[in-house]
Design a protein around this ligand. Structure first.
Ligand code: GLN
Length: 510
């Protein structure tokens, strides 16, 4: 039942063939049976979900149900839901419950989606595998030795394992599209500002977007249509009218102009993925699409630019987790004892020393942390994981006086050039096609010790976030290693209809 599309569930409920409660029960059974292994959900509340299902059932029967009636959903643990744990898979937010609903949650509920639980992710959405989580790694339902991709790995796996029929993730550099590719599902990153970020815990505020995962393009379109649109709570959200995305995918246009950027099909791309995508493009061409070779010359600077700007923004955004206002706080008494002992040791040493050494020790005593600063440091040291700490260090480094111009300032200028590449390209084409990721999902544990290798998994997704444009990944085939891979379509700002149209054409080739 959880493989049915949102519209199918709704139709079957209306015809009496199904009760919505049974679909939610089916979701519970799937999760009970498989979540121990897959580790997609980190929290569920079926009592609430079943109650909601009964309410929506009534509405469907009386013809008053909203657009999302029939959706049984999971939400990435970075999007606030009232009175539910919102931990961003971090120890620093262990036990934290949100006091309000993110705008996307409000909109989904208002349109009668049923939400069953919260989904695993890389801590604070930093990562490409969903291994950096306080809950442990999620596993790829297509092969449980493999990663799901990340950071929205739980959101992708929950769809691939048929636990729910739609989910939400967030995408800062590829975190929706890349796991969608690894797990063989549809994932869409909207244009920056298309969907309100109110209630999304910020990673890199000028890159973050919330978007849907689903089994098929139409369901992704349906979720997007509901969550998109201006929100007075987010002043970066756009007043651009929301498109009729569902209608678009129900009547897709075949004669579209598809830009094929040479820079995305070169070194590092798995040859089988390359061939597969070229074969798909050939079929689209046979059906009426026009393939246009294009160039995006600044692509090669994408990863470097992203990891300077995103870490800079992250270091600032994560400053709020200080052990005072939210979540984890170090054991205060132990910390004070430790501080006192250090102070006494220093004082003793000062007494015993003389000359230059004495002066140095005295200076050290003066530099000692205040109790407050020590509380911040210890709480953060204990609460944040390794990768998050790495990002904070990188980010504070590139923002520090003396390095700011060389790194942050320069990266901002390169970001502008990347954006310009896309603006120019979209004068010629409707969409740009690329592989979603250079490889299929790899073994759990194989890249965790090599951050640079890990960062390269985002090579094809990152520039859409740098440019603020939209992108979708749709399954394109299965590799001889048995794992799925996706094809990505990028569209100009607010051209979600065009990328959904293209994704639907690929889906129709099956
Ligand atoms: N993997 C990228 C990173 O670690 C992107 C993450 C994301 O999109 N949230 O920053």
């Amino acid at each position: 039942m959880t493989t049915l599309s949102i519209a199918e569930v709704r139709a079957k409920v209306l015809s009496g063939e199904l009760k919505l409660r049974d679909v939610v029960e089916a979701s519970r059974q799937k999760i009970d049976a498989q979540n121990v292994e897959i580790n997609a959900f980190v929290y569920t509340d079926f009592e609430l979900a079943l109650k909601q299902a009964d309410e929506v059932q009534e509405k469907i029967m009386s013809g008053t149900a909203g657009k999302m009636a029939g959706a049984v959903m999971g939400i990435k643990d970075v999007i606030c839901e009232r009175e539910k744990p919102t931990t961003c898979a971090s120890d620093i937010l262990a036990g934290f419950e949100s006091v309000y609903d993110a705008t996307v949650i409000e909109r989904l509920k208002a349109e009668d989606a049923v939400i069953v639980g919260r989904l695993n992710m890389d801590e604070f959405a930093m990562g490409s595998t969903t291994e950096y989580s306080r809950y442990g790694a999620s596993k790829n339902p297509r092969n449980t030795r493999k990663v799901t991709g990340g950071s929205s790995g739980g959101s992708a796996a929950a769809i691939a394992a048929d636990m729910v029929n739609a989910s939400l993730g967030s995408d800062t550099g590829g975190s929706i599209r890349q796991p969608a590719s690894y797990c063989g599902v549809v994932g869409l990153k909207p244009t920056y500002g298309r969907v309100s970020r109110y209630g999304l815990v910020a990673y890199a505020s000028s890159f973050d977007s919330i978007g849907p995962f689903a089994h098929n393009v139409e369901d992704a379109a349906r979720v997007l249509e509901v969550i998109a649109g201006f929100d007075e709570m987010d002043n970066t959200s756009s007043r651009e009218p929301v498109g009729n995305y569902v209608e678009t995918v129900q009547n897709p246009t075949k004669n579209i102009r598809i830009g094929v950027p040479e820079e995305f099909f070169g070194e590092g791309l798995d040859p089988e993925i390359k061939e597969g995508i070229e074969a798909t493009l050939k079929k689209l061409e046979d059906d009426g699409a026009e393939l246009v070779p294009i160039h995006l010359p600044h692509t090669k600077y994408g990863i470097a630019t992203y990891y300077i700007l995103a870490t800079a923004e992250a270091s600032s955004n994560l400053a709020r987790f200080d052990g005072i206002r939210y979540g984890h706080r170090t054991d205060k008494d132990a910390m004070l004892d430790e501080l006192k002992a250090e102070e006494e040791d220093l004082k003793k040493a000062i007494k015993a020393a003389d000359g230059a050494e004495k002066k140095e020790l005295q200076a050290e005593l003066e530099r000692m942390d205040s109790a407050l600063v020590r509380l911040y440091k210890k709480s953060r040291t204990e609460g944040f994981g390794m990768e998050v700490k790495r990002r904070i260090m990188l980010g504070t480094y590139v923002l520090s006086a003396g390095y700011y111009d060389a790194y942050y300032g320069k990266a901002q200028r390169v970001r502008r050039l990347i954006k310009q590449d896309y603006t120019d390209a979209f004068k010629e084409v409707d969409v740009i096609v690329t592989p979603t990721a250079p490889t299929t999902a790899f073994d759990i544990g194989s890249e965790i010790d090599d951050p640079l290798q890990m960062y390269l998994n985002d090579v094809y997704t990152i520039s859409a976030n740098l440019a603020g444009i939209c992108g979708v990944s749709v399954p394109a085939g299965t590799h001889s290693n048995g794992m799925p891979y996706g094809i990505q379509f990028m569209g100009d700002t607010f051209q979600e209809s065009k990328i959904l149209n293209a994704a639907r054409l690929v889906e129709m080739l099956d």
